[in-house]
Every structure is written in C-alpha cells, then in structure tokens.
Design a protein around this ligand. Sequence first.
Ligand code: BTN
Length: 296
Amino acid sequence: MAVRRRSKEMGETKGLIETISHEQAEDLAGRIRSVLHTTTFGQQMIVLPRTGSTNDVARELAGQGAREGTIVLAEEQTAGRGRLQRRWLAPPGTCLLLSILFRPRLPLDQAQWLTALCAMAAADAIETVAGLHVGLKWPNDLIVRQSALQPLSRAGRKLAGVLTETGVMGNRLDYLIVGIGINVNVPTDALATLSPEATSILAETGRTTDRATLLATLLLNVEERYRRLYTGEHPRAEWTRRLVTVGQSVCATSGAVAIQGIAEAVDETGALLIRTAEGQVHRLVAGDATLSTQGT
Ligand code: BTN
C-alpha cells in the first residue's frame, strides 16, 4: 500500500492549500492495512491526500497494467464526478472516495452487474459497521428512506453513489473501474453544500464511523461477492429484491425522454423495465428513476 505525494502527472493542481497532509493520508493507509482481511482487493492501494478524480487515477494505473483489486483512495477530490456529468462534492477527510479496478472476464453487457455488486457490498458494510439500514435505488444510489433529517420525499436522502467506467478492447472489457463515494462523517450543517438531498452516516446515526473499518469491510464484501459471481451466483435476483425502485410508481428520465409508470423488474443486463398506464414496457438502460409521489 502506498501514499502518493502530489504530482503533476496525477493531474493535481499546484499552488492550492492542501487541507489533508501527506502524513494524515499515510495514517489512514496504515489504519486500513491493520484491519484489511482480503487477499486481492486493496492489497494494492494508493492513498492520496488530494487528487482530481480517483477514477482518473485508477484509469491511468489500469493503462500501466495495474492488477485487479487495485484501489485508489483520496481524502479530497478537486474534480470528483457523478453520473450524468454531475459533480461529486465531499468535504476533505470526512468521506470514503475510492475507485476499484476490475479486470473482469465478463461480456460487455454484463458490466452493470459489477456496479450492482459494489453497491450491495457498500450497503452491507454500512449496515455492519454503522448499524444504518440503507436502501438501493436504481441504478446506483444508496439512500436512507427513513431519514433522521427532515424527510424530503418518498425517495429519501442520498448517502452514497457509484460511478462505473469501462475500458474496452475490441468487443471485450479490458478493465472496469467502479468509483464509490460514501458520505461518512459529514456533519449535518455541511450537507447542504453537497446537494439538497444529501445525507451522511454521521447525520443519520449521530455517531462518527471509523472509515478504515468501513472500507476494509466494504472491500471484503466486494471480494466475496465477486468470487461468488464466478462460481455462478448471479447478483440479479438479490439486486431486484433489494431495489426500492422495483414495484413502485416512478418518473424516469433518460436524456430528454421522460416516462411515468410502474418499475416492474430488472432485465438480464440490469436495465429497468417500466410499464406505462397504456401497458407499454420501456427498457431504461441509463438515466434516473425517481419514486413518484403517487402510488405505493
Ligand atoms: C453518482 O451517484 O452520481 C456517482 C458518484 C460517484 C462518486 C465517486 S467518489 C470516487 C469516484 N471518483 C469520482 O470522481 N467519482 C467516484
């Protein structure tokens, strides 16, 4: 496990105030090492005090031949991104901001299942370590439905998100990067600076969570679930069962298209199947599906 000093080639900005020191990042790396029980995931880990986006660093490492299970963790991102060109903001030193490198032996249309696998691994880790029950919202959000904060809507508040990016060679996956951002110890009064619907483990439980333990648990869950995937245990059934979206009335958007209907199921590629009032079934491959105010 290594802590990288800021460097130009990692795409970092020179001359800005560094809020998390190299020593603090090194301390976090040491604490993770002491509680990590995996054999692959996290055995190669780079911990950065600050970077642009951990997904970009992971892609760079993938291009240099880094092995499966390599993790890039940052205490601060200056260009953190979410899905659909959104920004991902996190106060330095309070969250888990990481990217996991996979080199999957899977067909391209199965890539979505690694997003689902990591989202479930993260949800389980939060439940185990922090005792907080987390819902999964298609395609990749971890939410708290019964928030301790002022409830916003039936959709709940967002605790974490997953952003998957792929590297393709010919018609196969060369590598896949799953970026995960979890709001861990963000104080309630700082949440509004992230997004109007954000929450954190601290805001929900009133307790500070040890990020090293949470990360080590998450990586162990990923490793076990990934191993089970190759022994034939496909995540689709569990994913469908756990999604708060399935069985609900949703308003879905994909680009400029909006669909209102009941989310009925998830197909074999992870796409959401939505039946409209007219009985037409739409297959949503990407986009957002918000639980609408009417319905169950
Ligand atoms: C989303 O909900 O839209 C996905 C958010 C993913 C954020 C994480 S933080 C670590 C990794 N690096 C990034 O730039 N994004 C992901």
